[in-house]
Ligand binder design. Structure first.
Ligand code: FES
Ligand SMILES: [Fe+2]
Length: 355
């Protein structure tokens, strides 16, 4: 499967977790999650080692989960603490406990080797805690699409002119080439459209009437977190590329959770340097974003269906595909490296000579 295991994935917004047992599926693994009495979110393998009933069908007794079939009980570390009908608890009776980290009202989970989990590597941005910025969480958009197709759409600024003509794009950007940088850890694709009419989004939120300079920077953090930095400024300001904070600037964040080969969740939110504290603006932006994201959903789900049909041709690549192509290559390399690692050390063969 094309999943990177040693990575942090979003399990949900903080508000999605409480003392109810909740089943979450990430890279085809089922996890039971809940918030314990200390307020910490716990994630355990969602399968009882006895007769395999999902633990999410059991119930919480204090901070332990009691299986709904024969009552085996597991603590937050996944250790079995009770087997009804016997006093000894074999050491093997346990479930996997996942490393969970909550920050910026987002719950992240490490899906790989727990000894490699480093919370310093959880995605973060200074703007989350900057009073000059407003953070607003949106919804969880379910897509019947492979996560690589979803993520690749988020490092592809060229599609907005055609897919989002009323919100995020317009015809003036159709032929503007895309710059791509793949040098660092993060893949970046961007373009500026200078001295052109504002797009719908910034007519609404920037109040622009005359021509603007508009930018679109797509940052893709592996494996599948995307930051879209977009904004506009009056053309008369002749904004330098690094002075984007002087314009109306929005970061649209997309946290993609791969569920399975045909299902991904896109939890989207935004950070903005305008209308700070104004919930009405947040609601209006949500409405516009939802128009755009349902346009992406329609495209991505249609592509997924085509990909499942017997292939008639290999897809061709065009100039704007550089970001997506490098992204897929990087994911392939990470998946391959984990696979080789899982095989362990090379086998040392013993040769026996026969005379
Ligand atoms: S299936 Fe869980 S205790 Fe039997
Ligand atoms: Fe899009």
């Amino acid at each position: 499967m094309d999943y990177v295991k040693n990575a942090w994935y979003v399990a949900g917004w903080s508000a999605e977790f409480n003392s109810e047992l909740r089943r979450v599926t990430i890279i085809e693994e089922n996890i039971v999650m809940f918030r314990n009495s200390s307020g910490v979110v716990v994630g355990l393998e969602d399968q009882c080692p006895h007769r395999l009933l999902p633990l999410s069908k059991g119930k919480l007794i204090g901070d332990d989960i009691q299986c709904g079939y024969h009552g085996m009980t597991f603590n937050c570390e996944g250790k079995c603490v009770r087997i009804p009908g016997q006093t000894n608890v074999p050491r093997s009776s346990r479930v996997t406990a996942y490393v969970v980290h909550e920050i910026n009202h987002i719950v992240w989970i490490w899906m790989g080797d727990p000894s490699l989990a480093n919370t310093d590597n959880v995605f973060n941005m200074a703007e989350f805690s900057d009073p000059g910025w407003h953070a607003h969480q949106g919804e969880a958009l379910h897509l019947k699409s492979h996560y690589l197709n979803v993520a690749e759409n988020l490092v592809d600024p060229a599609h907005v002119s055609f897919v989002h003509p009323t919100t995020l794009g317009n015809a003036s950007s159709e032929n503007v080439p895309v710059d791509v940088s793949t040098a660092g850890e993060v893949i970046v694709a961007w373009r500026w459209i200078r001295d052109a009419p504002p797009i719908g989004f910034f007519k609404e939120f920037g109040g622009f009437t005359g021509n603007v300079d508009r930018w679109h920077y797509y940052y893709l953090h592996l494996p599948c977190t995307a930051v879209i930095d977009f904004g506009s400024a009056n053309t008369s300001l002749a904004l330098a590329e690094d002075d984007r904070n002087q314009g109306v600037r929005i970061f649209a964040l997309h946290f993609i959770t791969p569920v399975g080969p045909d299902h991904s969740i896109d939890r989207w939110m935004h950070l903005r340097n305008t209308a700070v504290g104004d919930d009405k603006v947040s609601d209006k932006m949500d409405t516009m974003f939802k128009v755009a994201f349902s346009e992406d959903k329609e495209i991505l789900e249609a592509i997924q269906l085509e990909e499942k049909r017997p292939p008639r041709r290999r897809p061709i690549r065009i100039a704007i595909d550089k970001g997506p192509a490098v992204y897929r290559k990087r994911i392939r390399e990470l998946v391959e490296a984990e696979r080789v690692h899982d095989l362990g050390d090379p086998v040392d063969p013993t040769f026996v000579h026969h005379d």
